[in-house]
Design a protein around this ligand. Structure first.
Ligand SMILES: [Zn+2]
Ligand SMILES: [Zn+2]
Length: 309
């Protein structure tokens, strides 16, 4: 198979675009696609100060690398969950990328702030690990963005993540989540940062290929707690459909976004105008769930960050 652009031997076959490309042209193609997505959906403006939520995995590190490369200077944020072995290795990959990009990365250590790792916290409050993790990550990332003056938080969610989540929400008609997912979630000045997903039209396979071609060194193992069997099943089913009808995943996600647009965007989430009495950030009750964790386990919340200038 030959590259559609230059005629050299192709490195990747993109059936959903009915094309095959060599390494160099694939990199250019994917960067252009993300760049177009950012412009078309107005994810970033020139005046924005973006920061990327990094985990050490291929999606977030590729996103961090790529958006810096295509002209958006972005720092990183990492929440170290204190998972033995795994968190340390992830942080190593992140520091390495920060050096390559010469960008700053903010690091929050759960173990130091709350005297235990994420599994210890989850057990103590009798909640699933992923839900405790979500609470902490959402809070810390938003807080760092607002405190440090970033206007956008970019996450590495890809097409497969979005399509499988959407599939699950439709399958069980989870109305409470269904219409809230979006490529861009508006923030609230001084309280809630705007969130964007620049990779939402890039498949996992495309991002993995990009990471390998670019020599991006990421952590291969998944988080030991993220054994969500359902998500994997949905991804498998959607890939099966994609196999026989290339382009279906993109149509599925794009069609959803058009429907959200027609419906007039996301609805209020119950935090409208409510702020935590302790920290002043958005909450569903008088005190936010992070401050409740601090009350119970906290030592005084320190946010450590490394700076590369
Ligand atoms: Zn080529
Ligand atoms: Zn609070």
């Amino acid at each position: 198979m030959k590259c559609r652009v230059c005629g050299k031997p192709a490195s990747i076959n993109l059936r959903s675009y009915k094309t095959a490309l060599c390494e160099e042209d694939f990199i250019a193609f994917l960067e252009k696609r993300v760049s177009n997505t950012i412009k078309k959906y107005r994810l970033m403006e020139e005046a924005d100060r973006p920061v990327v939520a990094v985990s050490g995995g291929k999606d977030s590190l590729s996103l961090w690398y790529m958006i810096n490369r295509i002209g958006y200077a972005a720092d990183g944020i990492y929440v170290d969950l204190g998972i033995e072995g795994y968190s340390g290795r992830s942080l190593g990959k992140i520091r390495q990328m920060a050096d390559i990009l010469r960008r700053k990365v903010y690091i929050f250590h759960v173990q130091e702030a709350l005297q235990r790792g994420i599994d210890g916290i989850a057990k103590a409050i009798r909640r699933p690990t992923c839900s405790a993790c979500g609470t902490i990550k959402r809070y810390i990332m938003n807080r760092i963005c607002i405190d440090k003056g970033y206007t956008l938080l970019a996450t590495g969610h890809n097409l497969d993540d979005e399509a499988s989540a959407l599939f699950g929400n439709i399958l069980y008609w989870k109305k409470e989540y269904l219409w809230k997912k979006n490529v861009l979630l508006e923030g609230k000045e001084d309280h809630l940062v705007k969130k964007i997903k620049p990779f939402f039209l890039c498949s996992e396979r495309e991002i993995a290929a990009y990471a390998i071609m670019k020599g991006i060194d990421y952590i291969y193992e998944e988080c030991p707690f993220s054994k969500d069997a359902k998500t994997l099943t949905y991804k498998g089913i959607l890939n099966g459909i994609e196999e026989s009808s290339p382009g279906t995943k993109i149509m599925f996600v794009k069609g959803y976004l058009n429907m959200v647009k027609e419906k007039g965007g996301e609805k209020e989430d119950g935090r409208e105008g409510r702020y935590c009495l302790q920290c002043g950030y958005p909450t569903f009750s008088d005190k936010c769930s992070f401050c409740r964790l601090l009350d119970r386990f906290g030592t005084g919340c320190a946010v450590e960050f490394d700076q590369y200038d």
